[in-house]
Write a new protein. Structure first.
Lengths: 267, 252
């Protein structure tokens, strides 16, 4: 029978997968995978901040992710360092700083594994609120920005000449993606967030003839991976977050086996 | 071509980046229906000048004037579409102007690329992409076309076709064209005025004036001499096109 905690886990996982689909598509199109990793790695710092200021931990993560997104936005405007070098510095710097900061808080014992790989089975009602509230907000924002974001993804200068406020849209997008990453933390953990963004999107690519279909399919494939992963985790007593990612990888491999000519309307 | 009011005017533009003068005291004026081509060696600041004119790059000093309400169709030098981005040519063009999405096919026909309508944007050839980008620039019915190396990556025969197409578009639509080229040979027959740039303006004027100008000959050396032969050869062969063009210019 479905237990309550399992139902909450399923709901939380589905919510996260729904949001991850469209955002993951943009991460793939704009080659932001490493960027997503960097945001996710800063989450430990957010947890430390949450403990320090007695904030809700998810709120702490959101705050730190937003701050890092702002830093990265300015960082990428300089031309001294290549952007992957810069992201590497921020990514591992933030992760290590988070670990060190937590170690300094002697009265706090944290289950590091839960933060690194997710703790979907312990999702409470408040967590569901964050996932559906925060995730819904991020998704609504993305829909609002959809057209100009597509234009920017194609060519920034072309969009600028056409009158798209490129800088403002990019700002807003970074804010939304930081929110998404923060909300996804609970389900797959900071090391696996990017995988749930990019693997369903990459799987959806083969079946999509336009950006909207790809985003929608990515959501559905993510939901399926969550369901399969949770089922596997429950059946074989494996860690839930990694099981979901394994399921997503399995779906990706399966999709490669399908000959292209059998897929109508795709290219 | 005595247009009193310029569509685009750049006055005394200077651009300094990292202590290097990329543009020095550049003036440029473009009237309605006029074709102006910027030529110059690599690193001469041609694309930079276009970007300043488009308002994408603020100059260190100088004044950029775009006629109020002018619609610009821009064709960038490159377009890199990630293969993971599922976008057909049709959708790409329709996105340029949703209100005119019914014009996608006629526009592609006009540039001679109707056959790629349903193709994925990342899979078409360089020459086809140039034509699609040109169609994209035309989608908004621009008063001013800004083309950054419109024939790049196209074979010589295709280059000639594209230049003829650009001239025809100007004649039929009366839009002004500002383009960048590092080709010296074919472009001369397709332009009203030439601006020879090497961070500063070396010389400018009609193709006849520029190609005989000492600064031009000095800048391009043997290439320029070789060009003279090709150019006169072109004029002989393109006589029909040429008279056609002057007829259209009178109307526009």
């Amino acid at each position: 029978m479905l237990d309550d905690f399992l139902l909450r886990a399923l709901l939380g996982g589905l919510g996260v997968a729904l949001v991850a689909g469209p955002f993951g598509s943009f991460v793939v199109w704009r080659r932001l995978a490493y960027f997503g990793d960097t945001l996710a790695h800063s989450a430990l710092l957010g947890i430390a901040l949450g403990f320090l200021l007695h904030l809700n931990l998810t709120l702490g993560i959101i705050v730190v992710c937003q701050l890092l997104a702002i830093l990265l936005f300015f960082g990428q405007r300089q031309r001294q360092l290549a952007s992957d070098t810069l992201l590497g510095i921020f990514s591992h710097g933030a992760l290590s700083l988070g670990l060190v900061a937590l170690a300094f808080m002697e009265h706090i014992r944290v289950d590091l594994t839960a933060y690194l790989f997710g703790d979907i089975l312990s999702i409470g009602l408040a967590d569901l609120g964050w996932i559906f509230g925060g995730g819904g907000l991020a998704l609504a924002g993305l829909l609002w920005l959809w057209k100009p974001l597509l234009a920017i993804t194609i060519h920034e200068d072309l969009a600028r000449v056409d009158g798209v406020p490129v800088d403002r849209i990019n700002w807003a997008f970074l804010g939304l993606i930081a929110l998404t990453v923060a909300v996804m933390m609970k389900v797959v953990g900071l090391l696996l967030v990017t995988s749930l963004l990019i693997i369903p999107a990459a799987t959806a690519r083969r079946f999509a003839g336009n950006p909207e279909v790809m985003a929608l399919l990515a959501s559905l494939i993510g939901c399926f991976a969550v369901a399969v992963g949770l089922y596997g985790s429950f059946t074989w007593d494996t860690p839930a977050g990694p099981s979901i990612v394994v399921a997503a990888c399995g779906l990706f491999l399966l999709s490669l086996l399908l000959p292209k000519r059998l897929i109508p309307g795709s290219f | 071509m005595n247009e009193p009011c310029a569509l685009l005017e750049l006055c005394d533009i200077n651009l300094v980046r990292g202590g290097r003068h990329l543009l020095q005291q550049v003036d440029l004026k473009l009237g309605r229906g006029e074709i102006l081509t910027v030529i110059g060696p690599n690193g001469a600041g041609k694309t930079t000048l276009l970007r300043v004119g488009l308002g994408l790059l603020p100059p260190t000093s100088g004044r950029v004037y775009r006629h109020p309400g002018v619609t610009i169709g821009y064709m960038p030098q490159r377009l890199h579409i990630d293969p993971t981005f599922p976008l057909t040519v049709k959708r790409f063009l329709a996105m340029a102007d949703v209100k005119r999405s019914g014009k996608v096919l006629p526009m592609l026909e006009e540039v001679g690329a109707a056959h790629v309508l349903q193709s994925p944007l990342f899979s078409i050839s360089g020459g086809e992409l140039q034509r699609v980008l040109l169609a994209r620039a035309l989608m908004r019915e621009p008063d001013l076309l800004v083309l950054d190396e419109p024939v790049q990556g196209v074979d010589v025969h295709g280059q000639l076709d594209l230049y003829k197409l650009i001239t025809r578009i100007r004649n039929e639509r009366g839009c002004a064209v500002l383009m960048v080229s590092h080709d010296l040979h074919l472009v001369m027959a397709a332009t009203d005025r030439v601006l020879c740039l090497n961070r500063h303006i070396c010389c400018s004027g009609t193709p006849e004036i520029v190609t005989n100008h000492p600064a031009y000959l000095e800048l391009f050396g043997p290439l320029a001499v070789q060009h003279l032969a090709v150019y006169s050869h072109n004029v002989n062969h393109r006589h029909d096109t040429h008279s056609d063009r002057s007829g259209g210019a009178d109307v526009g």
